[in-house]
Design a protein around this ligand. Structure first.
Ligand SMILES: NC(=O)c1ccc[n+]([C@@H]2O[C@H](COP(=O)([O-])OP(=O)(O)OC[C@H]3O[C@@H](n4cnc5c(N)ncnc54)[C@H](O)[C@@H]3O)[C@@H](O)[C@H]2O)c1
Length: 376
């Protein structure tokens, strides 16, 4: 179990009741005392690892729209060129996308040679059940892969490291501590949460030892149109099953709660983080707990289905009964707040699924051969 506290502050937030340094990974206040300045300088070069993923595709498109020169490294194990369709329309070239693994020397060479100003590290093993099945693989990608990229950044003068971590880093949180704040101990109990928490600890070490600034965004459960990923999220899985007239399965009693946050809000948070000097650990969620049963009802109502779910025992060993993230720091540091509520977000997702089923999705037309996925 990782059990520590990553403490950081932004102007007027989080400066009090700091745990002793033996238990905390305290951020230097100076670099963090700067709230988000809209219109602050656009990062010139941004490398996005995992840029062909569900979240990554939107991030690459947004950064290009902001005027950054963007490159992607992705091994296409779960990602797809389809996710880069918007970025391709925005001018992303095939030569800007490297089919590579963040665990390799090749990834290090790219950072040394291209010298990005900001690295957004999204490449990772993103499935909690897969981590449960394959903890060694999960640790290899999520811990070793992260250190490999971090180390290259520290040696190449990268200004800022932006990292996608997860609400799972907090482990089981007592009801009275919800929505959880960033100064809550990191007490992950499952392999995915542990590997994502270890990543944050290494970020903090590289900041203290090598001066590499970071923002680690602890994301809630991200949902939205995710047609081109191999492991679609719960909203898509439920919607697809109901549209097919099937009876969806809920694992557990459905009373477990999560903080569901729409992918476009997450993309916005990551883009904002690229402007900031480094805010440490920042939660990105809605602050609302939604049970899987309530989510099911919302999806079923949107689809127009009266089918009831089937219940099966929880198979991923998850002991997280409830989760919601306090995003007050994201507002103060990044000027970020969620803009899409669950009902609207589910409607947008279902509309996109229906559009795709009707064959109306915009195809991606590569100029050369598409990269072949490396496979999990
Ligand atoms: N989706 C969520 O709910 C959620 C929540 C919290 C955190 N995160 C984190 O956000 C990040 C992005 O998640 P996502 O939902 O877009 O998942 P995703 O699986 O769609 O994206 C991950 C991307 O990384 C690539 N990748 C995987 N291993 C790689 C490797 N060794 N080298 C290079 N590329 C590799 C994949 O091909 C994929 O394109 C992940 O790190 C994930 O752990 C996601």
């Amino acid at each position: 179990m990782v059990h520590t506290v990553v403490q950081s502050s932004c102007k007027g937030h989080g400066g009090d009741s700091v745990p002793p340094l033996s238990r905390s990974l305290r951020m230097d206040a100076e670099s963090l005392e700067q709230p988000f300045q809209p219109g602050s300088s656009v990062p010139s070069r941004v490398l996005v690892t995992g840029g062909a993923g569900f979240i990554g595709g939107g991030v690459v498109a947004r950064l290009m729209l902001m005027g950054s020169d963007v490159r992607v490294i992705d091994d296409f194990s779960t990602g797809s060129m389809e996710n880069l369709a918007d970025a391709a329309y925005g001018g992303l070239q095939e030569s800007d996308v490297l089919d590579g693994d963040v665990r390799t020397a090749e990834a290090v060479d790219i950072i040394h040679e291209w010298q990005p100003e900001v690295v957004v590290h999204l490449a990772g093993q993103s499935s909690a059940p897969a981590a449960q099945e394959m903890p060694l693989f999960d640790a290899d990608v999520n811990i070793f892969g992260t250190i490999n990229v971090l180390d290259a950044c520290a040696r190449s003068g990268v200004r800022l490291f932006v990292y996608a971590t997860s609400s799972a880093i907090y482990g089981p949180v007592p009801a009275e501590a919800l929505p959880v704040r960033e100064d809550h101990p990191l007490a992950a109990t499952g392999p995915y949460g542990i590997s994502k928490a270890v990543g944050v600890c290494y970020l903090d070490w590289y900041r203290r030892e090598h001066g590499l600034a970071f923002t680690a965004l602890a994301l809630g459960n991200v949902y939205g149109p995710d047609r081109a990923v191999r492991t679609p999220g719960v909203v898509s899985v439920l919607a697809e099953a109901l549209l097919d007239g099937e009876q969806p399965t809920i694992y557990g009693d459905g009373r477990q709660t999560r903080d569901f946050v729409h992918v476009s809000d997450v993309v916005d948070a990551i883009a904002r983080a690229c402007h900031h000097p480094g805010a440490g650990l920042v939660n990105i969620g809605t602050g609302r707990q939604t049970s899987v049963n309530d989510l099911y009802r919302t999806v079923a109502a949107t689809v127009g289905s009266s089918t009831l779910p089937r219940y099966e025992p929880q198979f991923d060993g998850s002991d997280l009964r409830r989760m919601a993230l306090n995003s007050g720091k994201a507002l103060q540091c990044l000027g970020w707040r969620p803009t899409i509520g669950l009902t609207d977000g589910v409607q947008l997702t279902v509309r996109e699924i229906r559009r795709r089923r009707a064959g109306q999705q915009r195809p991606y037309r590569p100029t050369t051969e598409q990269p072949v996925g490396a496979g999990l």
